[in-house]
Design a protein around this ligand. Structure first.
Ligand code: PAF
Length: 288
């Protein structure tokens, strides 16, 4: 007999319990959707949850601030944690999986997964630990939750490409669902790190989406030189207090190799520190 969907969210912190639940879902032929997060949930995450609720019989949201994807000088300790208010946002979700660090990485932990090549560009250059940590934790989550579907946002375009490579190269049985960036009404891409911004810094942060829009408009009007576009974006971002550009990349959206001309499908990706927050944003230029 098929189990009816429970109305209340079940919080699970043990890996063995999560595995048992997933096994029981699978035995009943229920499809499982996984939305992996580090918590501090915003509309971007909730949009991923919505997609899973629409297509899967059971939805699991994981909240785990993964220590292995933070570098030594990064914001692991201050990364916003607000489990209680996150729980209140998870309407309709079946399982919240929130393991402890000790559960995920016991003291004798030794195994890491490293996707090569595409991780050497963009964020991988300035955050060398990031993608090793992401691919390791995502593979662990896939093995624990055994989802049929997993949902990721396109704001982290490169992360998505890394996870796609992981799934393809390691022959994992999970369908990845890409979900477009969700923006605030004024254009700012939603991010948990927006929480660190003062009112003034938040205003400054708008220059990311604005400069991407300006770049897109210029490309539409016929500019194809990546240098011209990149200079234009730099101009839009520079000269503001507290702004430090990490990269402006005009590149192939699959290989992340830089382009000299905007031709064929092209990714424009930015990483910019605004005050205490390192923000990323991107847009895709379809074939021109
Ligand atoms: O995008 C994130 O929030 C994280 O990188 C992820 C995918 C949950 C892995 O920790």
């Amino acid at each position: 007999m098929m189990e009816t969907k429970t109305q209340t969210l079940q919080a699970v912190s043990s890996i063995s319990e999560m595995k048992e639940i997933s096994q029981s879902f699978r035995k009943q032929n229920l499809t499982i959707g996984l939305v992996p997060t580090m918590g501090c949930l915003h509309e971007g995450h909730l949009n991923l949850v919505k997609r899973s609720l629409e297509t899967c019989d059971r939805t699991v949201v994981s909240i785990f601030v993964n220590p292995t994807q933070f570098g030594p000088d990064e914001d692991l300790d201050t990364y916003p944690r607000q489990l209680q208010s996150d729980i209140e946002k998870l309407e309709g979700v079946d399982i919240l999986f929130h393991p402890s660090n000790e559960e995920m990485y016991p003291t004798d932990y030794k195994t890491y997964v490293q996707v090569q090549d595409i991780t050497e560009h963009l964020c991988g250059k300035s955050r060398p630990d990031l993608f090793k940590g992401v691919s390791t934790v995502v593979l662990k989550l896939f093995n624990i939750v055994r989802p049929h579907n997993a949902y990721f946002g396109e704001k982290d375009w490169q992360q998505l490409a890394v996870i796609e490579a992981l799934v393809e190269d390691l022959n994992l049985d999970v369908v990845l669902n890409r979900v477009p960036i969700v923006r605030e009404p004024d254009g700012l891409a939603m991010s948990s790190r927006n929480q660190y911004l003062s009112q003034q810094e938040r205003q400054t942060a708008l220059s990311l989406s604005r400069s991407l829009k300006e770049a897109r408009d210029n490309i539409r009007q016929g500019t194809t030189s990546a240098k011209v576009i990149s200079d234009l974006i730099r101009q839009g971002l520079s000269g503001k207090e507290g702004v430090e550009i990490d990269y402006i990349s005009i590149c192939d959206p699959k290989t992340f190799r830089g382009k000299e001309q905007v031709c064929g499908r092209t990714l424009i990706a930015l990483a910019v520190k605004v005050g205490p927050s390192r923000l990323i944003d991107n847009c895709i230029i379809e074939e021109i």
